[in-house]
Ligand binder design. Sequence first.
Ligand code: CO
Length: 139
Amino acid sequence: MIEKIHHIGIAVHSLDEALKFYRDTFGLHVHAQDTVQDQGVKAALLTIGSSEIELLEPLSPESAVGRFLARKGEGLHHICFQTPDVDGDLQALKEKSVELVDQQPRRGIAGMICFLHPKASRGVLVELATPMEMYKAPE
Ligand code: CO
């Protein structure tokens, strides 16, 4: 069950350059920053009220975000909905035959996450996330 927009993901060529705007000019607080090897990104989360902005710099042009940048340039990449139960929600979506990118939740910068296929959500890449502090692994 979706609770709120957890974050908006923005693809950028350079995290350092993007932080000059979002952190330094806007004054947003960087709440987390990490390299996520299996997603091929260097990412930062900046707090904006009870939601966040996620800046994504690809580690290589062959990564998903690298290919996105080559195709579309910098800009809005995905929207992430927070749920207390990413495993249960992903299972429910499978049962409804929703097209998915991930068949199992995996560890991301926002917690346990999974991506739906943009075909399922009218062209928007949707991520579901359960922050680690509220995550309970299935039995
Ligand atoms: Co995200």
